[in-house]
Structures are given as C-alpha cells and as structure tokens.
Unconditional design. Structure first.
Length: 358
C-alpha cells in the first residue's frame, strides 16, 4: 500500500486484513445448527442423479452458491477479484464484487473491479451502498454496474457498520424510495443485501413493495461489520466502546432466511455459512442459494485461485451429500425435506410469527 492511494482504498485494505484475521467474527451463532434434517437410509437415488442447477436473478448457476461481495479499489483487491472470478466461472457459480464506491470516487480504480477479461462468462454482481445510491441517483448506479459488465446490481445495507465507523453515514432515511427508483430504472436485476445484520420480515415486505425480487440476507453469525469497525477503532474510543457493546447485533442468518423466503423473495442465505452443510441447512429453510464471503477470502489468501476452487468444490460436494442423505434430488426437494427445528430456533421463529405450519 503506497501513501498516495486514496483513504478509501486504505480503509478497504484494513477491512480485508481484519475480516480475514478472524478477529471480527460474531460470537453468537447463525442458528443453522438448530436445523436437524432427517436422515433417509433409503434415498432411492444415485449421486449422479442429484441436480444442483439453480436459477438466480434469471441466471443459471451450476450449484446454489454465491461468493458474496467483498472488495475492490486496491492492488490486492484486483488480484482477489480475478482469482475469485476465475474460480467462480470454472464452477458456474456467481461472484459479487465489493462496494464500487472507491471506483465512483476515483474512476482510475475501475481495473480493480474488471474481471470479464479473465472470466468472460462469470455471473457477476456489482455493488453500491444504499446511502451512496441515494446520493448518486439511479442513472449513476446503473452506469457503475454497466462499466464492469455486471449481470445484477447489489445494493448493500450496512447501518450497523456505519454507526460505529468514525465519519460513517448517519442518515438512513429515504432508502426504500431510492431502491424503488433504481429497480424501475435498471435494465438488470437489483439484489438488496445486508452485510452481517440480517433482513427482517418488515424489511422483506418493504423491499417487495419497492419491486425487489431477490435479497441476500447476510445475517448475524459470521463476519460482523460492527466488530470490524470496533477492532479498527482506537482503544477506548467511543466507536470501540459502542462497537464492542453491539458486537453481536443482528438477526441470526437462519431466522432471516425464513423471514425473507416466507415473504416470497428469492433468498441468498449468507452470514456465517462456513460449510456445505450450512448451505444445505439454509436451503432447507427456504433459501435459493447459499453465500460465502470470508471463507473464500481466506482460501484466496492461502492459495489463490487453486485454493478457492478447492473450497468451492468442498462446499458443493457437501451440499450434494446432504441432498442424497435426505432423499432430495434437487435443492427444491431439499426445501421440503423433513426436519426438526431445535427449540431455540423454533421459539425465535414462533415469536416472529414465522413458525412452520406443517
Ligand atoms: C473483507 C470483506 C469485505 C466486504 N465488503 C463488502 C462490500 O463492499 N459490500 C457488501 O455488500 N458486502 C461486503 N462484505 C460483506 C459480505 O458480502 C457478507 O455479507 C458478510 O461478510 C457475511 O458473510 P461471511 O460471514 O461469509 O463473511 C464484505 C465482507 C468481507 C469479509
């Protein structure tokens, strides 16, 4: 990192280091461990019959997996995005890029987001914060997505992180109207994602009302952005104190998946998914696909594209195994597979009027 790189790029580099280090993981769980799928000793299926192909934002994925948006704006980010893109394209899964705010403010940083040259066919999602989208307007957001040839635009919500970040945003009004205007103007699908605090039923209904059809819950239980900012803040500062207090803030991923899927949204389950078993349990709760950020970052840092390929393969093999073991030929069958929900999750869902009616 050179000293003449923009401050926003230095912040992004910091985020990569803190998130990859594991120092900013939620202490609370995703609650996916409370999803007990019923073993079928007679699945009457062969592994070859399992069909993981999934449609998401009109694109055909070879398996229900998304590498969710992380980075852009630095030299390391450029390498990460290219390695992730090549691996995602090779396995037919989708890739999200990190916030394009650095690129909006410093157009010369576009090369750190451009992956089409190395992965022409990758299913690619652009990324802009909802607050920035409000400030820049729909046309500018669409232009940012167009310049990197994205198949869809992710609009991220990160209220928790901004409140902890020194000089972070403090005004979160008017974001539903911003999203509605973008959805109606955009020639490509708009995905709304959280970043580690989850989406509630109320948020899901507001997004449906704004015309959104696909969300990424990014619930609590994995990388915590409140925690990332708490770790970055100076010891004893107000940001460090508040960030430590709210470290685990958010709706657990399992609860958020049920809230969004039940509302009728195509749902990417992310936030703390660490294995294919986690992905399978999230699909059983109604998700269309699982999403992972930090596990893929760690793989890339450990061994570049080859290690990312291995990590993806491990996840897909586990999803395939759980499909077979539950007698599910497809992820859609897995959504209906018999299960028991542990009482902590069942009670949480019942309290939010999300209990399963069977
Ligand atoms: C280093 C890093 C940077 C991230 N940057 C962004 C971002 O720019 N935009 C965004 O929407 N989400 C961003 N995220 C959030 C992830 O997409 C994801 O929602 C969150 O990390 C939870 O998933 P995980 O527990 O698998 O890491 C970032 C995550 C990481 C680890």
């Amino acid at each position: 990192m050179t000293t003449d790189e923009p401050a926003i790029s230095r912040r992004k580099a910091d985020h990569l280091d803190v998130a990859a280090s594991g120092r900013a993981e939620a202490v609370r769980s995703t609650m996916l461990e409370h999803v007990h799928l019923v073993h079928q000793a007679l699945p009457e299926l062969s592994v070859a019959e399992i069909e993981l192909t999934t449609t998401l934002v009109g694109q055909r994925l070879a398996a229900p997996l998304v590498i969710t948006g992380m980075t852009g704006g630095t030299a390391e980010a450029a390498q990460i995005n290219r390695d992730l893109a090549r691996a995602a394209a090779a396995r037919g899964i989708a890739l999200g890029l990190g916030s394009q705010r650095p690129m909006a403010e410093h157009p010369e940083l576009i090369s750190t987001y451009q992956v089409r040259a190395v992965a022409p066919d990758v299913i690619l999602f652009g990324n802009v914060g909802a607050v920035q989208a409000k400030a820049m307007g729909a046309a500018a957001v669409i232009e940012l997505a167009k310049r990197i040839e994205a198949n869809a635009i992710c609009i991220h919500l990160n209220t928790g992180q901004e409140l902890i970040q020194e000089h972070g945003d403090r005004d979160f009004g008017g974001l539903v109207a911003t999203i509605r205007a973008l959805v109606s103007a955009s020639p490509i699908p708009v995905i709304v994602k959280e970043t580690g605090c989850g989406l509630s039923s109320q948020a899901a209904r507001a997004l449906l009302g704004a015309g959104v059809t696909t969300v990424d819950v990014a619930g609590a239980g994995g990388t915590s952005w409140v925690a990332v900012e708490a770790v970055r803040a100076a010891d004893g500062s107000a940001a460090a104190v508040l960030g430590t207090e709210l470290w685990d803030w958010g709706l657990p991923t399992a609860v958020s998946v049920v809230a969004c899927a039940r509302a009728g949204l195509a749902t990417i389950a992310s936030g703390g998914l660490r294995t294919g078993y986690d992905v399978a349990r999230a699909i059983a709760l109604g998700a269309t696909a699982g999403g992972m950020a930090v596990p893929m970052l760690r793989a890339q840092r450990a061994g570049g594209e080859a290690a990312v390929l291995e990590a993806i393969d491990r996840v897909i093999e586990a999803v395939r195994a759980v499909c077979l073991l539950t007698g599910s030929r497809t992820p859609r069958d897995l959504q209906r597979a018999p299960r028991h929900l542990g009482s902590a999750l069942a009670t949480f869902l019942a309290d939010l009027e999300l209990a399963e009616v069977r």
